[in-house]
Design a protein around this ligand. Sequence first.
Ligand SMILES: [Zn+2]
Length: 74
Amino acid sequence: MPIYEYACSGCGHEFEALVRSSTVPECPSCHSKELKKLLSVFATTGTSTDAAPMMPSPCGSCPNVGGPGACSFN
Ligand SMILES: [Zn+2]
């Protein structure tokens, strides 16, 4: 769950907000939605799992779910 830190443009209040895709955060102090996003708390904790290795592996040892040779790399 992404938690972002915001600074309110209206009153200068800084706060953290848990942001869902359908949620627009607002200032808990003055309820303004004119916010400036600061650094994400979880910016570099490595939650991404799609960092797949880009090196081609030879058929016979590739992890393709179709089995050895199914990657049709050659
Ligand atoms: Zn505010």
